[in-house]
Design a binder for this molecule. Structure first.
Ligand SMILES: [Zn+2]
Length: 319
């Protein structure tokens, strides 16, 4: 399945509009989060380390001699129900919750050391990553961020499905995300959540929202030998009467988690996206297609006249 961009013409603001932006940020000191991957059951020691200006978010497979995998769209590989990256022989799996935490708290540059491919599932939310980032503290670097500011609507829709995600020009200086969740015939009730992605709101409204799946999907995964060490206490598994062996943290916890996932997937742009993003039934594949469209709009924006030169149309690049 591939996503088809709907309205493909979008433009992104240039440097002139960016004087307002905050400075890039990294961590003050390294901090460790350990846990097991949901699917592999493998232990992973995740060390979040300070990184230099302009370096972005980069995964480092410490167990493979330091092979590096940048957290950008170029390195994304297709996977079901999660966001995975691969550079050469080095893979990194289920990156979305960690990337969401870093983006949500405004961390632009960070090296993420790993001792296994799959990120820890933890309690299914981003809370432990957020706690770790806060424990490390945030340091300011001396160059400003360059956000990708959406200035015309971009719509991505799944052919033959109701799933869609769109980005329109931002109503705030930053990112706002809304998510409509409706799975007819499934035990998860229809719900909606919307919030502006600021560090404060990310912490209080999104970080603790856990991942979820219907009981039949959980059974199917376990029959395929995945998630054998995971129990219903580790994430939300929905049976006909609601979450099994667990209670919801918010009535619309699932929609909040979907917003958390969108924030993590949008982080693959490598720069903050400023837009109002509206998603319904959108998953990782559509979210990534939106990132590709925003990056394409940025590449195709009219260039400022260069000294003694002509405007250069630009193609190529990633995505
Ligand atoms: Zn998720």
């Amino acid at each position: 399945m591939t996503a088809a961009p709907g309205m493909a013409t979008a433009t992104v603001a240039g440097p002139a509009e960016q004087a307002c932006c905050r400075f890039q940020q990294t961590l003050r000191r390294p901090v460790v989060v350990s846990g097991r991957g949901y699917w592999s059951g493998e232990a992973n020691r995740v060390e979040l380390r300070p990184a230099s200006l302009g370096s972005g978010i980069v995964f480092v497979r410490d167990d493979l001699g330091g092979l590096r995998v940048p957290a950008t769209l170029s390195w994304r590989v297709e996977a079901s129900s999660r966001t995975n990256l691969q550079a050469g022989p080095a893979t990194v799996e289920m990156v979305e919750h960690l990337l969401s935490s870093l983006a949500g708290l405004g961390i632009d540059c960070c090296e993420v050391g790993l001792t296994a491919a799959e990120l820890p599932g933890l309690d299914g939310s981003a809370a432990a990553f957020v706690d770790a980032i806060e424990q490390a503290g945030i340091a300011t670097l001396d160059q400003r961020i360059e956000p990708l500011i959406v200035t015309a609507p971009i719509t991505i829709a799944e052919p033959g499905s109701v799933a869609r995600i769109e980005a329109v020009p931002p109503t705030t200086s930053g990112l706002t995300v809304s998510y409509d969740l409706d799975y007819p015939g499934r035990p998860i009730p229809p719900q909606r959540f919307e919030t502006a992605i600021t560090p404060q709101r990310y912490r209080s409204e999104l970080a603790a929202a856990r991942t979820f799946l219907p009981e039949e999907d959980a059974r199917r995964l376990q029959a395929a030998g995945r998630g054998l060490t995971v129990s219903t206490g580790d994430l939300l598994v929905f049976g006909p009467d609601g979450p099994i062996g667990n209670t919801l943290r918010w009535p619309e916890e699932c929609a909040r988690h979907k917003v958390l996932d969108v924030v993590g997937d949008l982080a693959l742009a490598g720069r903050p996206i400023w837009a109002d993003v509206r998603a319904s039934r959108s998953g990782h594949r559509l979210n990534a297609a939106l990132v590709a469209a925003v990056l394409a709009a940025d590449r195709n924006k009219p260039s400022l006249p260069a000294t003694g030169g002509t405007a250069k149309p630009e193609g190529g690049g990633d995505g």
